[in-house]
Design a protein. Structure first.
Length: 160
């Protein structure tokens, strides 16, 4: 059995996506119960800032043997937008900065980490699962000013 999803029916999404499958071997007249679990990550799309978001709206769910043989359908409705909730903590030691990123939200996200060192901007994308915490080490030897953001500024510091 296969589970398909069409996102935001109100935006007339033309395609369905395979979100799960279970292989079954049944004899004639045999029956089996099949359970699928949809998560926020299954519903998420990238927004204009390249961040994952679950948009409010109606989603169609289909079950079948294949995309061409769909036998059951239903809908689910998301009342509000769902995003990750990323926080950052910065520790600074001489020529090293540690940035601790934490995703407190229910959604996996591709978090932008923007570092400006003396006018040279570097943007990294850090993939964080829901509930995950990750440390990023930055070498700043010989740098006079550093700004760090995700994408809003977290901290700007002058190094002497």
């Amino acid at each position: 059995m296969q589970l398909y999803l069409r996102k935001n029916v109100n935006q007339s999404a033309p395609y369905i996506e395979l979100k799960g499958f279970k292989r079954l071997k049944l004899g004639p007249k045999e029956r089996a119960r099949v359970d699928f679990v949809l998560t926020y990550d299954d519903l998420a799309v990238l927004d204009s800032q390249m961040r994952y978001v679950v948009e409010p709206g109606t989603y169609q769910v289909f079950i079948g043997r294949s995309a061409g043989d769909l036998r059951l359908s239903g809908e689910l409705y998301m009342k509000k937008e769902v995003r990750s909730e990323v926080s950052a903590r910065v520790e600074w030691r001489k020529s090293e900065i540690k940035v601790n990123l934490r995703n407190r939200g229910p959604l996996t996200d591709l978090v932008p980490l923007i570092v400006n060192m003396d006018g040279e901007i570097e943007e990294m994308r850090i993939f964080l699962d829901a509930g995950e915490e990750r440390e990023v080490d930055l070498r700043v030897k010989g740098v006079k000013e550093v700004s760090i953001g995700t994408p809003d500024p977290i901290i700007t510091m002058s190094i002497s």
